[in-house]
Design a protein around this ligand. Structure first.
Ligand SMILES: O=C(O)CCC(=O)C(=O)O
Ligand SMILES: [Fe+2]
Length: 344
């Protein structure tokens, strides 16, 4: 990555201004081994309402497994570009390797590898509401790394289970039944991602991931000790770093929870800033519903005084729109959740 490819250069107003990061360590840390379920739900509810972001400790993902994931991920990204491109993702099969993801209209300075929790699930092939064709998604594993698949499947499985537990607690914090939305997970599109952010010679012009809201239900991320993830907090005047804490996992809410909660909770904007000297790795798990799901506010949270704030939308079509926008600098920005908002 020598000469600056203009695809990476952000519009001026979106460039990171390294002098305006707000150093507060207020993003809540929640201990999942807390014995009082009531306290736990209350802490999670407060964190969701104020930040939409929190870190969890004592989450039950073994540190030996985390070390193995880190080693395998490093080996994967060190493979030759030809090897990695054998697993290249395309607009119709969204799993595997990709080095040209775009957030909004700018290319991200990163390489990714994605694998689904449920191999072989289907998503709509396009976002055209009249096109009913479905595309089958197949995981693509690197043949030259004999332990990679087993380790990654174990990690993905642990994060999936943890995500259900977090969702239950979040639903309880909203006063909803913990089993609500269970029917969403038949053929769900959840996936694990390995992110590799190489050192960047122009960290003031580009981002590892541009400012975005996750389109999923919630995200659980393991990050290394380099730092770079930031959450937007207008009240504090800008971008707040999500500080790496050894053995913690970062949790953030996605757009689906924003809609289900009828705006009681927000899916926060976040981004990843780059480092000119050091590479960074992170390993998120994104909890998604199945493509057939219609997303709309929970009826228990809608009343005459608090009417529904969103038009219902088909998750699969929304997802297909996002997936296709990942590939190029497009004229039209991808769909975002505010476009479904019912304006008063
Ligand atoms: O690298 C990270 O810490 C988070 C990346 C992220 O926000 C994403 O992949 O959606
Ligand atoms: Fe994200």
């Amino acid at each position: 990555m020598g000469d600056i490819d203009p695809a990476y250069i952000l519009p001026k107003e979106h460039r990171p201004n390294f002098s305006t990061f707000v150093e507060v360590d207020e993003i809540p840390i929640i201990d999942l081994s807390e014995t009082s379920q009531e306290n736990l739900i209350s802490k999670i509810g407060k964190a969701c309402e104020k930040w939409g972001f929190f870190q969890i400790i004592n989450h039950g993902v073994p540190s030996e497994l985390i070390t193995k994931v880190e080693n395998e991920a490093r080996k994967f990204f060190e493979l030759s570009i030809e090897e990695k491109k054998k697993l290249k993702r395309d607009a119709f099969n969204t799993t595997g390797y990709h080095d040209a993801e775009h957030t909004k209209t700018t290319r991200d300075w990163k390489e990714v590898y994605d694998f689904l929790a449920k191999d072989g699930v289907q998503i709509p092939c396009s976002d055209d509401p009249h096109d009913l064709e479905l595309c089958t998604q197949k995981n693509q594993w690197p043949q030259s790394l004999p332990h990679f698949r087993k380790i990654m499947e174990e990690y993905g499985g642990k994060l999936e289970k943890l995500s259900y537990k977090l969702l239950e607690l979040i639903l309880l914090s909203l006063g909803l039944a913990d089993g609500k939305f269970l029917d969403c997970f038949k053929n769900h599109l959840s996936f694990t991602r390995l992110n590799y952010y190489p050192p960047c010679p122009f960290p003031d012009l580009a981002l590892g991931v541009g400012s975005h809201k996750d389109p999923c239900i919630l995200t659980v991320v393991l990050q290394d000790d380099i730092g770079g993830l930031q959450v937007k907090k207008n009240l504090l005047g800008g971008w707040v770093p999500v500080k790496p804490i050894p053995n913690a996992l970062v949790v953030n809410l996605g757009d689906v929870l924003q809609v289900w909660s009828n705006d009681k909770y927000d899916s926060p904007e976040h981004r990843v800033v780059l480092n000119s000297q050091k590479e960074r790795f992170s390993y998120p798990f994104f909890l998604f519903p199945g493509h057939h799901i219609i997303v709309k506010p929970a009826e228990e949270l809608v009343s005459e005084q608090n009417p529904t704030k969103y038009k219902a939308y088909n998750f699969g079509k929304y997802y297909a729109n996002r997936t296709h926008a990942d590939f190029s600098k497009q004229e039209v920005e991808y769909k975002e959740i505010h476009q479904y908002k019912i304006l008063d």
